[in-house]
Design a protein around this ligand. Structure first.
Ligand code: ZN
Length: 293
């Protein structure tokens, strides 16, 4: 029989491999059936999982009843090791395991959850690449800049023109040939979020009229353009929305009775109607933000 472990070695993460070895060393694998074509086993960790591995024309086919879906699980590794042993095939050495196994994804599901639990403090780099590792079938897609071009110096007052230009730049990204509304959504949301963070930093240096006009435009742009350009099914819109909410709430604090609020509220209300949320206004957004955070 050909070595089963050699077949799986370069498809398995190193840590997973060692956990599989651990199960074998602790006698956690109970073989129910085996020959040189097929093995059926029950591997018991915290729970017992059924593993089947069999040779097919072009390699091995495996199944395991555990919930791990990222590739080869420790139960399959444990079963493969036992199957090889039954045919007198030696285990791969420690060095071989180290050099032949694959690297785990650079981000974990836990990191992604942490981002959604605290969107304002999320690591935007995690949002940018999450889809590459955790989508069912990731596709090649356009790589987008981290942020549209915008002045980052805090002391330079913000202008309406530069914000419009930056948002235009993001619209252009979405016309790239490789742009994909689902697979680029995280990068778009992250770039818009970065831009909003810069705007927030520059807020104290900018005239209130400009900030209010700019924010009204951003809210409008979010609904009319951003939402149309991304498939938001992963909820990545939460990252720019919370930042918009934060800036709007800050503006409300600084200028509670500014005459331009009327205008701002009208724009937000119009967007709200269009979006099917009548009565949406700046205070509503601020309240919503406070509830969500
Ligand atoms: Zn498993």
């Amino acid at each position: 029989m050909k070595s089963v472990t050699q077949f799986y070695l370069d498809k398995t993460e190193e840590a997973v491999w060692h956990r599989g070895e651990d199960y074998v060393n602790k006698g956690r694998v109970r073989v129910e059936y085996y020959d040189d074509r097929k093995i059926k086993a029950v591997v018991s960790g915290k729970e017992a999982y059924k593993v089947t591995i069999r040779w097919v024309t072009n390699g091995l086919r495996k199944s395991c009843t555990c919930p791990y879906k990222r590739g080869i699980c420790k139960h399959v590794v444990a079963t493969a090791l036992v199957w090889d042993e039954l045919f007198g095939i030696a285990r791969p050495s420690k060095d071989m395991v180290r050099f032949r196994t694959i690297q785990p994804p650079p981000i974990s599901p836990r990191q992604i959850t942490a981002c959604y639990n605290d969107p304002l403090n999320a690591d935007l780099d995690v949002i940018r690449i999450a889809v590459d590792y955790y989508a069912l079938s990731p596709k090649a897609h356009a790589r987008l800049p981290r942020c549209p071009r915008i002045e980052t110096h805090e002391k330079v007052p913000l202008t309406f023109e530069e914000v419009k230009k930056a948002l235009n730049e993001m619209e252009k990204w979405s016309r790239r040939r490789e742009y994909h509304s689902y697979f680029c959504a995280g990068e778009m949301a992250a770039a818009f979020s970065e831009m909003l963070e810069i705007m927030e930093k520059r807020l104290p240096s900018s005239p209130s009229e400009v900030m209010i006009k700019v924010m009204a435009h951003c809210v409008d742009w979010f609904y009319r353009e951003f939402e149309q350009r991304i498939d938001g099914s992963d909820g990545v819109w939460i990252f720019p929305v919370t930042r918009i909410g934060k800036i709007v709430a800050r503006l409300l604090d600084i200028y509670p009775s500014h005459p331009a609020w009327q205008e701002f509220n009208q724009i937000v209300e119009k967007v709200g109607d269009w979006w099917g949320e009548p009565g949406l206004n700046a205070e509503e957004i601020a309240r919503w933000r406070d509830q969500c955070l």
